[in-house]
Design a binder for this molecule. Structure first.
Ligand SMILES: [Zn+2]
Length: 501
């Protein structure tokens, strides 16, 4: 037994390789680590890059280490994982911790070194941060300068600009490449591209990842399969909708039956929401989700990235706002990607259902003052409400029929449109509080013209039980008549109107 090829309890090669390696002393120098400058290493990787964090950190560290060799040693490190480079330093935890230490004399390092500049600085970040380092006397070592950055050097300034531009170009190129690849994967293969499965489905394993490099380090493909607890409720919701039920009615029925709502069924979803009840919107979003047809649909939402020159947004690194794309912008898989919970015919039919009954005579209902009225009690916009054959406006103070009526709540506020227009027309007369807002040569003669004038001057009307208030300005119009006093409609006397500042 002279040669042993493997021994499970004692991995000779790993032990040997992982021992602490001290740099070999250079000729003429007797001191080893730590000599000279004490460096803090900073690196970053984003999860979107699908990299192995250990590998990414390793090569950035090695690059930084090579840069400082002979000048000192890295004594501490800061590494952000899962943050895009667009996010400013103050908004990446490790980078923020490093920046905070700059002002501390006992920080334990003299300079900061990075392994790849455009991986950690995006756009104008470096130009804005360089003076901060200089102010605290902390050097910034970049591979692009082959050493420390000298902010006063014109050549270095040119390189700084170049780093920011390069970083930005790389992000744009990567985004374009990723988008194109994802569209193709979604359309051609119906591949699941991430995100939480919709209510009614759960994630199931679909074998090793098709990219062999990814598969090698264990990434798997996933697809949706019906969740036995929640899938029946999705089918039930589509069936009710096809019978003409309103979203609110469906939500109420689900709440009454004690069916767990999406955030309850999957606590990892919507962690910011604590209201464990079905809401009208969650029902609407489920019934409008085309993925229940078994097709994979991508690009229903898009991110609006901040403009390239929006430095504030770049430094803050806020998540770009998302917008819903219209169905013509969706990428729909050519084939079924997972079991359907609703047929395509039924899904399309459900999209065409309008639960609000249309007038029998086929006329459309118009509300002249839509968007112009606010509730004085809760501040919400008042909604159009048709009652007794006439347009009107109401505020339910946030309540809707999806949630059961609470015991104690203020009464709905309701105003008839003709009453409101009468009031406002009177207020728009030459001596009235709305007179300055309407064209004196052409005073409004119809409700339509009045509404247009209010919109043009960006005036809104706050409705209270005791009258109306014009905003901005706060001029009050006393409510001289209500529906009960109809027939005794009097001319308004503006001597009694008060101004509330
Ligand atoms: Zn209200």
């Amino acid at each position: 037994m002279s040669l042993s090829t493997s021994s499970p309890s004692h991995d000779v090669l790993t032990d040997w390789a992982s021992q602490r390696w001290l740099p070999v002393a250079r000729s003429g120098s007797h001191d080893t680590v730590p000599a000279g400058i004490r460096f803090a290493f900073y690196g970053r990787m984003s999860t979107e890059e699908w990299q192995d964090p250990a590998t990414s950190r390793r090569w950035q560290y090695d690059s930084a280490n090579a840069l400082v060799a002979g000048h000192g040693a890295i004594v501490t490190e800061f590494f952000d994982i899962g943050y895009t480079r667009r996010r400013g330093w103050h908004h990446r935890p490790q980078a923020a911790a490093l920046l905070k230490l700059l002002a501390d004399r006992c920080r334990g390092f003299d300079a900061v070194v990075v392994g790849e500049s455009d991986r950690v600085f995006y756009g104008k970040q470096l130009i804005l941060l360089a003076p901060v380092f200089a102010e605290h006397g902390v050097g910034l070592w970049l591979p692009d300068m082959h050493g420390p950055l000298d902010i006063g050097d014109a050549a270095h300034q040119a390189v700084l600009l170049e780093i920011g531009k390069h970083s930005r170009r790389e992000v744009l190129r990567a985004r374009y490449r990723t988008t194109a690849a994802m569209q193709a994967q979604a359309r051609e293969e119906g591949r699941y591209l991430g995100g939480r499965p919709p209510y009614g489905y759960r994630l199931a394993d679909a074998g090793p990842h098709p990219n062999r490099a990814f598969a090698k380090w264990g990434r798997r493909r996933h697809r949706f399969e019906p969740d036995p607890d929640t899938a029946p409720w999705v089918r039930w919701m589509f069936a009710r909708r096809l019978e003409g039920c309103s979203y609110a009615g469906i939500a109420r029925a689900l709440n009454e039956a004690g069916v767990p709502c999406p955030s309850e069924a999957d606590p990892q979803r919507n962690r910011h929401r604590h209201n464990h009840a079905w809401a009208l919107r969650s029902v609407a979003s489920i019934l409008g989700n085309p993925r229940y047809t078994g097709r994979q649909v991508w690009n229903r939402q898009n991110k609006q990235h901040p403009a390239e020159d929006d430095i504030k947004a770049q430094l803050a690194g806020r998540q770009p706002p998302r917008h819903w794309n219209l169905p013509d912008g969706w990428v729909i898989s050519k084939t079924q990607a997972h079991p359907a919970l609703v047929s395509e015919q039924d899904f399309v039919a459900a999209q065409c259902i309008r639960a609000v009954p249309q007038p029998a005579d086929g006329t459309t209902r118009t509300y002249l003052l839509t968007g112009l009225l606010r509730c004085g009690g809760c501040g919400r916009k008042m909604e159009g409400h048709w009652a007794h054959g006439r347009p009107g406006y109401r505020c339910r103070h946030g309540r809707n029929s999806a949630n059961p009526a609470a015991g104690q709540r203020s009464r709905n506020l309701y105003r008839r449109e003709d009453d409101l227009i009468g009031c406002l027309m009177a207020a728009a007369r030459p001596s009235g509080p709305l007179s300055m807002l309407v064209d004196k040569l052409l005073p409004p003669s119809t409700g339509q013209q009045l509404a247009e004038a209010l919109r043009r001057h960006q005036v809104s009307i706050v409705c209270r039980l005791d009258g109306l208030t014009i905003e901005p300005g706060g001029h009050r119009i006393p409510q001289m008549f209500t529906t009960r006093q109809r027939g005794t409609r009097l001319d308004l006397d503006y001597a009694t109107s008060t101004v509330v500042e």
